[in-house]
Each structure stands twice: as C-alpha cells, then as structure tokens.
Design a protein around this ligand. Structure first.
Ligand code: PAF
Length: 285
C-alpha cells in the first residue's frame, strides 16, 4: 500500500492509474478504523480497480466543545488493517494541507434543508464541515465512486444531494451498517463506552426494532411511537437527543401515505453520542 500526505503526490499517483484506464474508488474516513470501515474497503475492492482510503480528522465538522482533540487517532493500526483489507493507497494529509487558509476564510459547501435538521440541529455547522471536506476530497482524488456507511444515514443523504446539486461525477455507494454480535452499530465513538455501558448499548437497537415492527404492522401513530421509544431509552439509561420516524427518501415528516420510512436515533450513553437508524415499510392503508 502506498501512503501519501500531499495533494500533489496523490494527484500524480491517481493520474497514472487513470491513464491506465483504472476505475478508482475512494473511502473517506476519519481513521480509528473498525470492521465497518473495512467492509467499505472490501466492497470498494469489488467495485473498482484501485482503492484510495483517506484518513483525516476534519476539524471543520466538529463544533466548539466537541471531541476533535480527543478523537481517537490510531494511524499505525489503521495502516496495517488497510493493507490486510486490500487498500492500494492511504491518503493522510495534515490539517494545513487540506485547509491552507484560516477556517473563517475557507470556502464552504452548504447543502441547505437536510443539513439543518436532526444531527444538523444538534451540531450546527457539522454538515457544512462534512460536505466541504468530502467535496475537497472528491476534487483531490477525482474518484469514479465513493463509499459511505448507511449508519450515518443523514450524512449519506447530504452527500448524495451535494453530488447531485454540484454535478460532481462521482457515484455514491451506501454500504449496510456493520453491527457487533449484540446488534450495536460499530462506531469509533463506541470506544468512549465503559464496560457497563457496552452492555446497555444494544438496547438502542432493540427499541428501534420494536418501533419498526409496529410500523410494519400498520401503526401510523408515529408521534406516539416516538414518545414511547424515548421513554424506553431513558429507562435504559440513555439521554435521547432525538428519536424520530421520517421519510427514508428525504427525512421529511412522515405522512399516512408514505411507505418508505426510517427510524433515526441519536442518544447519549455516558460520554458517547450514539447514532443509528433502521428502515421500515408502512403497509398500504
Ligand atoms: O463519516 C465520517 O467518518 C466523516 O464524516 C467523513 C465522511 C470521513 C468526512 O470527514
């Protein structure tokens, strides 16, 4: 695996591959790789001739008081895992390589509407940071396709919107969430959980499954289902940020006529802010 840290070297390498007619995939990450990331890399391997993985803890997507400084950085382990998963190139630029100007002078990419709700409402500016860095990475690598986990459902929709609105010629591939044996979605932030919280964490998924079963059995009392689930979460030791049922297409509020729905949750368990989602189909009324 080649490891590069500058945009100039990255472009030179990718240009060579493109001249040889290779199809190039990008897997953008912030490192601290787990089995979920490695599934993206392996899927990329199946879909493309060359796989580029970026590791960049993006300061622009962290708000004041969030965990930018403390975000786990495990470059050596990550590089070894990427070699084993079959990545061809690891791109790990410095903050100044990606952002040559002070943050307040940096050009930004904003996807209005979908960026302002749910995680965007709780973390103002977060999705501007995500869209900006992903757009920059797309311009640096110019991949044919890019892969993202379904766990960050809202992020995936923000990126799909950005690509469509800005006519960016990159195919976006969403990949199913990888879970541990108890159903907890894998996330770098699971590392913040204590041993006791790890045992509590799978309750999140269990409560979501109950909501999904109710939807699929024909319940359309979405507000009632949300309220019940929030109470259950609190009883299980979580501090819910949001628990909501939305359109799976655009995250708008559900109507009785919609069939493709998604249950989305963000909840604190101790220091960890866990997010997860589950799609559910409402039967015709
Ligand atoms: O999902 C992530 O890890 C990040 O938000 C991403 C897409 C790599 C952008 O920094």
């Amino acid at each position: 695996m080649i490891t590069l840290t500058t945009i100039a070297d990255l472009r030179r390498q990718v240009r060579g591959w493109r001249a040889d007619g290779k199809r190039i995939a990008l897997v953008p990450t912030m490192g601290n790789l787990h089995a979920g990331h490695l599934t993206l890399v392996r899927r990329a391997r199946e879909l493309a001739d060359r796989v580029v993985v970026s590791i960049f803890v993006n300061p622009l997507q962290f708000g004041a008081g969030e965990d930018f400084e403390g975000y786990p950085r495990t470059m050596e382990q990550d590089a070894a895992a990427l070699v084993a998963a079959g990545a061809d190139l690891l791109f790990s630029p410095s903050v100044t390589e990606v952002y040559s100007k002070p943050q307040e002078q940096q050009t930004r990419v904003e996807v209005p509407g979908i960026s302002d709700i749910l995680c965007g409402a709780s973390r103002p500016g977060h999705f501007v940071g995500v869209a900006t860095v992903v757009c920059k990475l797309f311009n640096m690598v110019q991949p044919d396709l890019a892969l993202f986990g379904d766990k960050d459902y809202q992020q995936l929709l923000v990126i799909r919107s950005m690509v469509q609105d800005l006519c960016i010629p990159v195919e976006i591939v969403g990949v199913l969430t990888v879970r541990d044996e108890n159903g907890l979605a894998l996330s770098s932030r699971n590392g913040y959980l204590t041993a006791a919280e790890r045992k509590q964490a799978p309750e999140l998924r269990r409560i979501m499954l109950k909501t999904a079963v109710a939807i699929e059995s024909g319940s359309r009392d979405y507000t009632g289902l949300e309220e019940k689930a929030k109470l259950e979460l609190e009883k299980a030791g979580f501090n819910p940020d949001y628990y909501t049922i939305r359109s799976a297409v655009d995250l708008s509020e559900p109507t009785d006529k919609m069939s493709d729905l998604v249950v989305l949750v963000a909840a604190y368990l101790g220091k960890a802010r866990l997010i997860d989602n589950l799609q559910a189909h409402s039967p015709p009324g």
